[in-house]
Design a protein around this ligand. Sequence first.
Ligand SMILES: [Zn+2]
Length: 157
Amino acid sequence: MHPSLVDTHTQIIPADTGRFPATLLEAMSFYGDPDVATRTLAAARWADAPECLHCHSRDRHFYISTRRIWKCRSCRKQFSPKAGTIFEDSPIGLDRWLIAIWMVANSEQRVSTYRLHRLLGVTQTTTTFMLRRIRLAIQARSSASERSAAIAAARAR
Ligand SMILES: [Zn+2]
């Protein structure tokens, strides 16, 4: 899992909007566009400029909108912001992933697989898989920040 996404994934600000969705309706309209979702993930991961995952070039690449990936002119390879994240190797669109993450981060009660299944129009097997990955990522993030807090506290002594 990519560490910067573990830090930011529960507060990913949708591309072009400049703010975090306040309601489920906003989350669905902001993240619901697959291109916005891809650019949102790219911005969360790379800030200003996408970085080629193969040769680390930051300026010699272009976006292939039909496939929602970048192609590098330096090494001629393709790369996606999904690589190395919880979204990798998943046929589920990023739009659905980001909406599911928003739900988990903004629900007072535990989000059920059934509720997510009705909301996203995918099977409950799929939403079970998604929720498991999202919760593991959140746990990994909290234990990483607990660890760094413990290290900082140990150094302060
Ligand atoms: Zn490259």
